[in-house]
Design a protein around this ligand. Structure first.
Ligand SMILES: C[S@@+](CC[C@H](N)C(=O)[O-])C[C@H]1O[C@@H](n2cnc3c(N)ncnc32)[C@H](O)[C@@H]1O
Length: 345
């Protein structure tokens, strides 16, 4: 969704960015400061830099920081790109992030193809893969070993349990809630009970252990789409993805410059709901309690406006090239000119 992102972030200057056809916006980002909170392989950052923006890229994964920094080296040398190893939810605690504001902020949530394709990271259900799934863990495979010295010297400050630790140590109700809420699993309670039963005999260590528990509950006809849903649920829980997003959204909103735009690409209904509700809430003119019989707040409290009336989805040609884009939804919100979003801003 690179064109769409450039479209909504590039439309920050106009009040009429055409949400349903964001590519129509003439995006000249020269000199604009953009915060890419999910740098990943640097694809979006590269396009933003090519459109003239200055980019600060953040990722919690040391391997992503090393790979994207190598790719964007020429822009770093020109003083237009810098990278930061951090969890975007904890940016306020990162001294190097200071209290800078940005004309555009981007979150492209979830896991990158680099992370998914690296078997040692344990995001996939390929037989024998370790149950890891931590986004903040440095990569160890031969492919990323090209960047070995750089990656090895960077230790992520952001620690999550591995998927195996999470499956072996969480309570039955925690596991059931994650499978239900993040994996849309109807038999979440039975699956959690099966995981507890199995781990008492042999702790979970590799993908086969989790696939075995899924099969035992869903039956022999279960297959890759079921495994993908359950692995996604565990990944979201291990990395506290929804908790981090909920914490980050208001903090990032307060980093928007006047008329700045925040764009978020989600891949899961829980993420999309959080973003949609936050944007709607920030755009409310009247902030009186729902039962208040008449307005006493003055009705002029909207901090900004939703840019994308409906979520923008990937174009058909992108879905052909990248199946993951099928579930992508882009929403954007613009801070009103001169409107304070929090005291002191
Ligand atoms: C879908 S990929 C981003 C791909 C990127 N937009 C590109 O064009 O290459 C998501 C990235 O966000 C990172 N990430 C996820 N949650 C994060 C968080 N809370 N803080 C910082 N980075 C995070 C992941 O490590 C991953 O590299």
């Amino acid at each position: 969704m690179v064109r769409e992102v450039i479209g909504v972030l590039g439309g920050w200057r106009t009040r009429t960015a055409d949400a349903e056809s964001p590519m129509a916006v003439n995006a000249d980002l020269t000199g604009r400061r953009i915060l890419d909170c999910t740098l990943g392989g640097g694809g979006h950052s590269a396009a933003l830099l090519a459109a003239g923006a200055d980019v600060t890229g953040v990722d919690r994964d040391p391997a992503a920081i090393a790979q994207a920094s190598a790719r964007l080296k020429e822009f770093a040398e020109a003083g237009r790109f810098r990278s930061m190893l951090a969890n975007y939810a904890d940016l306020a605690a990162v001294a190097a992030a200071g209290d800078a504001t940005f004309e555009g902020i981007l979150l492209d949530l979830g896991v990158s193809s680099h992370q998914f394709d690296d078997e040692a990271r344990g995001f996939s259900f390929r037989a024998g893969a370790p149950l890891d799934m931590r986004m903040s863990r440095a990569a160890t495979t031969a492919e990323s070993a090209d960047n070995g010295p750089e990656i090895a010297s960077v230790r992520s400050p952001d620690r999550s349990p591995s998927a195996a630790e999470w499956l072996n140590e969480s309570s039955e109700s925690e596991i059931a809630a994650a499978l239900r809420d993040y994996g849309d699993e109807r038999r979440a309670a039975r699956m959690a009970a099966e995981i507890i039963r199995r781990r008492a005999n042999k702790p979970f260590a590799i993908s086969d252990d989790l696939v075995g528990a899924v099969r035992a509950v869903l039956g022999p006809r279960s297959g890759p789409p079921d495994f993908a849903r359950i692995f996604q649920a565990v990944r979201i829980a291990v990395n506290d993805e929804l908790g981090g997003l909920a914490r980050a959204l208001p903090a990032l909103r307060d980093r928007l410059a006047s008329s700045g735009v925040i764009g978020v690409i989600t891949y899961h209904s829980g993420e999309d709901r959080l973003v949609k509700h936050a944007f709607r809430e920030w755009s409310r003119s009247c902030t009186c309690p729902p039962r208040q019989p008449f307005c006493i707040c003055g009705g002029d409290n909207a901090l900004g406006d939703v840019v994308t009336r409906k979520a923008v989805v990937a174009a058909a040609d992108e879905i052909v090239r990248n199946a993951r884009a099928r579930s992508a939804k882009l929403r954007a919100w613009r801070r009103r000119a001169g409107r304070r979003t929090s005291p002191g801003k």
